[in-house]
Design a binder for this molecule. Structure first.
Ligand SMILES: Cc1cc2nc3c(=O)[nH]c(=O)nc-3n(C[C@H](O)[C@H](O)[C@H](O)COP(=O)(O)OP(=O)(O)OC[C@H]3O[C@@H](n4cnc5c(N)ncnc54)[C@H](O)[C@@H]3O)c2cc1C
Length: 382
């Protein structure tokens, strides 16, 4: 049986980045993937346009037991390095918001560039890794398509969310086997279910501020048939809490607006006054379909209504589940992994890359940047 220098489990963004560095170092490499083509999550990312990096990537945009872990890898392969790589491959890109980059022609450009960089590296598709066994100084990788041997292993098998693309927990199984802890798994960057709103609000989108404990998120919220979604809510799910406080009019002193309207325009219906600031249906919902004129409310009642707009409390937030979450929070604990090399501190020549680890990036290109940075580092050290 041939002994490869390195076997990479997973042909996603992280695994392929590692493979390209190993290829550049003339290592003999085999990439194994259970799917039938490479970079399948990249292909669906960013609504098909792949938000491939974010210039704001630093440890404050990552979550997990120890977000400081990302510092070294981001320094070794930074968002600027990703952008330079995009330019080197002549991929057309655009900056949707300051520092946040997408592909003009679609995510496949990224997958193609990753594949170009790995040259003639061997890839076995439709091959599921079931186990890894230490065999002397080498590793025996057991798959449903035969056994393979290598001196080093890079586990780049991703998270367990978005299962319709084909996912597995093999990374967690391998990590556990070699003594690593696994941080509790949960869905993140996803919509939430809540009974706090009417389904007739579904489809309305507006900028909000969400307060979760001491953290404040400012972004857009989208009402859905089962609750709320949109970027603000996706980002809120990173905090693993059920209680949110939403401000539906973060840029307006709503209490002042309502009190002024009462004084100057008292015959206006309260809902209509609020609809100057909020979408009509949301204004009706907040007013509980009360049709009285604004002058009929006491100042105290107006204060309370303003509070419903600026401090709307949700206490039953429930994630919609791993099924449609963009990422898996939790995973292989980084406490026994070298942040400088991505090598296990418990088992020499065992490396981890990307989402399989207990590192979750914010919405906005941070997760792919993490896959690229950690893949680069592992590929240069394995
Ligand atoms: C809908 C959606 C949109 C997203 N949009 C963005 C975005 O715009 N920007 C961003 O930064 N992030 C985005 N993400 C997150 C990002 O795509 C992932 O964090 C990133 O791709 C993870 O890369 P990875 O290499 O760690 O794992 P993956 O890309 O998941 O790759 C893991 C690979 O391992 C293979 N594998 C798993 N188990 C086995 C096994 N037992 N045997 C063999 N192979 C196995 C899988 O088939 C897979 O190909 C999005 C995710 C989703 C689902």
């Amino acid at each position: 049986m041939k002994t490869y220098d390195v076997i990479i489990i997973g042909a996603g963004a992280g695994g392929l980045k590692a493979a390209s560095e190993l290829h550049a170092r003339n290592k003999s490499v085999l990439v194994i993937d259970m799917g039938n083509k490479p970079a399948r999550k990249v292909a669906v990312s960013g609504g098909g346009k792949c938000n491939f990096t974010n210039m704001a990537a630093d440890f404050t945009r990552y979550f997990g037991n120890n977000p400081h872990f990302v510092k070294s890898a981001l320094a070794q392969y930074s968002p600027q390095d990703t952008l330079n790589w995009i330019k080197k491959h002549k991929i057309k890109y655009y900056e949707k918001e300051p520092g946040r980059f997408f592909c003009v022609n679609g995510a496949n450009d990224i997958a193609n560039a990753l594949m170009k960089d790995i040259g003639n590296t061997e890839i076995k598709y439709n091959t599921t890794v079931n186990d890894v066994i230490r065999s002397g100084d080498a590793f025996l990788i057991k798959t449903d398509n035969g056994d393979f041997k290598s001196n080093g292993i890079i586990v780049a098998s991703g998270g367990v969310s978005y299962p319709n693309l084909g996912v597995s927990n093999i990374g967690h199984i391998i990590a556990k086997k070699f003594g690593h802890k696994i941080g509790p798994i949960r869905p993140a960057l996803c919509a939430i279910k809540t009974k706090c709103f009417d389904s007739e609000l579904a489809g309305i989108s507006l900028p909000v501020e969400i307060k979760i404990g001491k953290n404040i998120i400012r972004d857009d919220l989208l009402f859905t048939h089962f609750g709320i979604g949109g970027p603000a809510v996706y980002r809120a799910t990173l905090f693993d809490r059920h209680d949110f406080i939403i401000n539906f009019a973060p840029n307006t002193d709503i209490e002042n607006v309502l009190l002024n309207a009462k004084r100057n325009n008292g015959k206006r219906n309260l809902t209509n006054v609020m609809a100057d600031i909020l979408p009509q249906k949301l204004a009706r919902f907040i007013c509980k379909n009360d049709t009285r004129n604004i002058a009929d409310y006491t100042d105290l009642q107006i204060k309370e209504i303003a509070k419903r707009i600026t401090q709307f409390e949700i206490n039953d937030a429930k994630s919609i589940g791993l099924q449609s979450a963009e990422v898996t929070a939790g995973g292989v604990s980084v406490d026994k992994i070298s942040s400088k090399t991505m090598e296990s501190l418990l088992c020499p020549n065992l490396f981890f890359v990307g989402e399989v680890m207990d590192i979750t990036g914010d919405l906005g290109g941070f997760n792919l940047q993490w896959a690229f940075s950690s893949g680069f580092v592992a590929g240069n050290n394995a």
